[in-house]
Design a protein around this ligand. Structure first.
Ligand SMILES: NC(=O)c1ccc[n+]([C@@H]2O[C@H](COP(=O)([O-])OP(=O)(O)OC[C@H]3O[C@@H](n4cnc5c(N)ncnc54)[C@H](O)[C@@H]3O)[C@@H](O)[C@H]2O)c1
Ligand SMILES: [Zn+2]
Length: 353
């Protein structure tokens, strides 16, 4: 994996990609979009990446479609449209498209080349980089998947112009995470932003990608260090899954759920990994400034905790967390006694001073 993380930046890199793909002489080239990126990004893609394409494959937008039946549909489409072992797939979309498209490519004919062109902030700073591909299984996130790097990831921030503001905020949570787990100065800089817009966030995208790739290069298969990227995700995934399967609840995006996870896990850290209470408060305050407060009822909490017990990272019934010892200094595989969970919800819900 070491030499395989190829990330290029800027509009010109889209043109370079088209040349690279042409030189590779694939038997056929397909582009995967979802219904939104088909609408907002496809035309611009063809303008900037002049390529002969053999087919555009479209999946329904949304996390609820990151599942096996979408894969089956796409495997059939590839097959019906004549794709073979020497074909390739370009994933043009957010994390759902890059995760699922990567998985489809890795499994079709035992693996064809794929390229990621992330079009959301979250997929730029996180999902499209690091080789994790996969799909959800029922309510459980990312249960099925493969780790394999794409041939190339092209980061072009122009896509963000059409991205809704809540999606920007969702991606921003992963950027804050990079600061919290690895780079206190970066955390401080992001903390001081007064507004979230594509232009205010663009200058920081590369720093986030650099933080992530440093970790992934060190530990591509998540034997140790890479686990730090799961900070906020143990609780965050359970919260995300819960809101995904309860349509009567407000919509919660990945980053928004992870943001709640990070606040709650900051509380757990004050008990289980020595995080200073003042730093936990600072984390809570910062997230409260950027994210709307969600009312998580007692009933919701119980359901979320049930899902938490199914987390794929649990070993022998123990729920392990990535917790901070201090801002910028994470600890992995920290076991958290169950009695702290209710208090962590309370901490999240409590008023920010
Ligand atoms: N593989 C990894 O390492 C990794 C890391 C983090 C997250 N993820 C996964 O990523 C997914 C979340 O990614 P996401 O937040 O990008 O979600 P997403 O792919 O669902 O995109 C969010 C929404 O924005 C739309 N969209 C995308 N680009 C657009 C654009 N330029 N203009 C307008 N609309 C656009 C999409 O159609 C969708 O409706 C989750 O499934 C999560 O598990 C994976
Ligand atoms: Zn995430």
């Amino acid at each position: 994996m070491k030499d395989h993380i190829k990330i290029t930046y800027g509009q010109k890199s889209l043109e370079a990609l088209s040349q690279k793909i042409t030189t590779k002489k694939y038997s056929s080239v397909f582009v995967l979009v979802d219904t939104h990126t088909e609408q907002y990004c496809l035309e611009r893609f063809f303008e900037n990446c002049p390529l002969e394409i053999d087919g555009v494959l479209t999946m329904n937008a949304g996390e609820e479609n990151k599942n096996l039946s979408t894969c089956e549909y796409l495997w059939n489409e590839l097959s019906d449209q004549g794709a073979d072992r020497n074909s390739s797939l370009i994933n043009l979309g957010g994390g759902v498209v890059t995760d699922l498209g990567g998985f489809v490519a890795c499994t079709f004919k035992r693996g064809i080349d794929f390229y990621n062109i992330p079009t959301t902030l979250l997929s730029m700073v996180d999902a499209s980089v690091g080789g994790k591909t996969g799909i959800d299984l029922g309510a459980l996130k990312n249960q099925i998947g493969i780790i394999r790097e794409p041939q190339e990831v092209v980061i072009e921030t122009g896509w963000l112009q059409t991205l809704p503001e809540d999606e920007l905020r969702s991606g921003f949570a992963e950027m804050l995470k990079h600061g919290l787990i690895a780079n206190p100065n970066y955390w401080k800089t992001l903390q001081s932003l007064t507004s979230l817009s594509s232009s205010s966030l663009e200058p920081f995208i590369k720093t986030s990608i650099d933080e992530k790739t440093k970790v992934v290069l060190e530990d591509p298969y998540e034997k140790g260090l890479r686990k730090i990227l799961n900070f906020g995700h143990t609780l965050g995934h359970a919260i995300e899954s819960y809101y995904l399967t309860h349509k009567d609840k407000s919509r919660l995006l990945h980053g928004e759920a992870i943001a709640i996870g990070m606040v709650m896990e900051a509380y757990l850290a004050t008990h289980c990994s020595g995080l200073d209470a003042a730093e936990a408060d600072e984390i809570k305050k910062t997230f409260a400034a950027f994210y709307p407060q969600i009312d998580i009822t007692f009933e919701d909490q119980n359901e979320i905790l049930k899902l938490l017990r199914h987390d794929k990272k649990n070993k022998a019934g123990r729920i392990n967390f990535v917790l901070l010892k201090a801002i910028g200094s994470p600890d992995i595989d920290v076991e958290v006694p169950h009695e702290f969970f209710a208090k962590a919800f309370e901490f999240y819900q409590s008023k920010t001073n």
